[in-house]
Ligand binder design. Structure first.
Ligand SMILES: NC(=O)c1ccc[n+]([C@@H]2O[C@H](COP(=O)([O-])OP(=O)(O)OC[C@H]3O[C@@H](n4cnc5c(N)ncnc54)[C@H](OP(=O)(O)O)[C@@H]3O)[C@@H](O)[C@H]2O)c1
Length: 430
């Protein structure tokens, strides 16, 4: 009989607890699919007396997670502690150096140290698997790295943060403000007490940096991601978007261009009928565009213990079967440094909302600023008329270079009749 795969689970929170439950509940099918049993040889967390919703009896508790890296009988360390530094990083480094395979859901760790960890894994002949780190249950890493291996993928874009997607969906459906919906999301447990990682786009940027490396075979470069969050999105912009047949989504986009690789996370306006627009609420969605495959779309739950545990289990089955793939699809030594394309050189359409005092000549001044920066307009919307009061004016542009648009916007912002900072949202046609 083939020897079981002995794993140690470090971190028994939302994800770790579900990983243990899944392995216990699905033992039979996991064994069939792996060709051997998956045995939980040890578990570790901070508090041994916490009720974690599953029976700890029979599981060996190790108080120091770092000790797991030194145990000869453990084949795989499953790191579910979290954080880009501290115990999670030390554990992963020690486990790989000791020749153990590592499975992790830790996007922050990979975004900051992914290339170095991949080199370490290659050097020690180990697997470093992280399907769970990007978009929860969606098998996007496997799809890009293995399923689309015959393609040059031109672009990947996706809704990579369920909290933001939930907030934007609720704002649209109920007309409420960002602050109101965020506070409700916190009560429902969809948003953290400190929501900044999610709503400021950092979590999406971590995931995008990983996707970029897998997609283009380049070193992970989190610092090169242009990041904007959703705090400034107002119900007014959402209402205008609907009027224009568009929907606001926080997207991560990685695109190869002549100028280098674009990596950006920011609110986008996408056509309501675009496949990505259909992913609502807490759902994630990712589209990969391959030169032979054309567009491939994955939609599903991007977070939560169960969906994330599902991805961890898939990685464990691969390891148990002996399937070995370099972490980012090609040997770590072949990962090219990423050549970032500046956001100022993005060419595309833009939505621009101005709050202007309604008096003659204002639109002429705005048009002059746009004309002088070579920005041409696709549409102008002015719903309300209220002489001498601020009213919204919404403009959409044809394709234009971002630096040109921003030049025009700073001139417009300085006009006496423009009473608020102009709102700019990029339009993506896909
Ligand atoms: N939650 C999700 O939906 C989700 C989705 C995708 C990826 N992830 C990633 O999965 C990882 C875990 O997330 P989570 O939501 O499960 O976090 P969590 O609920 O906060 O759980 C963290 C676990 O790590 C343990 N821990 C923390 N510091 C430790 C230390 N110094 N030594 C030993 N154990 C320690 C905690 O122990 P105690 O329980 O004893 O305090 C807890 O069990 C993170 O990298 C996260 O980004 C999470």
């Amino acid at each position: 009989m083939t020897k079981p795969l002995n794993i140690a689970v470090a971190g028994l929170g939302n994800v770790g607890a579900k990983v243990v439950t899944l392995i216990q509940q699905q033992a039979e099918i996991l064994e069939q699919r792996s060709g051997r049993a998956i045995n939980i040889a040890a578990v570790s967390a901070r508090n041994p007396s916490l009720d974690r919703g599953f029976d700890l009896t029979g599981l060996r508790w190790v108080s120091d997670p770092l000790a797991l890296a030194a145990e000869p009988e453990i084949d795989v360390v499953v790191e579910l502690i979290g954080g880009s530094e501290g115990p999670a990083r030390h554990l992963v480094e020690r486990a790989l150096s000791a020749g153990k395979h590592v499975v992790t859901a830790n996007k922050a760790l990979l975004a900051h140290h992914g290339t170095a960890l991949a080199e370490m894994a290659d050097r020690h002949g180990c697997v470093l698997a992280f399907e769970a780190a990007v978009a929860g249950a969606l098998p996007i890493i496997k799809s890009l790295r293995e399923g689309l291996a015959g393609n040059r993928v031109r672009e990947v874009h996706g809704i990579l943060n369920g909290t933001c997607n939930y907030i934007l969906t609720e704002m649209r459906e109920t007309g409420r403000s960002f602050a109101e919906v965020l506070s409700e999301a916190q009560k429902l447990g969809y948003a953290e007490a400190d929501p900044s990682f999610d709503v400021d786009g950092v979590d999406s940027a971590h995931k995008l940096a990983i996707l970029t490396a897998v997609t283009f075979g380049c070193a992970v470069n989190f610092a090169a991601v242009h990041v904007e969050g959703i705090r400034h999105i107002s119900p007014l912009d959402i209402a205008y978007a609907s009027e224009l047949g568009l929907r606001i989504k926080l997207l991560g986009i990685a695109r190869r261009t002549d100028r280098g690789i674009e990596q950006r996370v920011h609110p986008c306006l996408v056509p309501q009928q675009a496949p990505i627009a259909a992913a609502e609420g807490v759902f994630n969605a990712v589209v990969a565009d391959g030169d032979f495959a054309d567009k491939v779309l994955l939609v599903g739950r991007g977070a939560g213990g169960g969906p994330t545990a599902s991805a961890v289990a898939a990685d464990l089955v691969d390891i148990a079967r002996g399937r070995r793939t370099p972490p980012f699809g090609i040997p770590a030594s072949a990962l090219e440094p990423l050549r970032p394309a500046a956001i100022a050189d993005r060419v595309g359409a833009y939505y621009l909302r101005l709050m202007v005092v309604d008096r003659p000549g204002v639109i002429a001044d705005v048009s002059a600023a746009l004309r002088d920066h070579a920005v041409s307009l696709e549409s102008v919307l002015q719903r309300a008329r209220s002489p001498d009061q601020p009213v919204p004016v919404v403009l959409t542009t044809h394709e234009t270079r971002e630096a040109d648009l921003m030049g025009a916007v700073s001139r417009i912002a300085a006009l006496a009749a423009v009473v608020e900072t102009p709102r700019v949202i990029r339009i993506e046609q896909f």
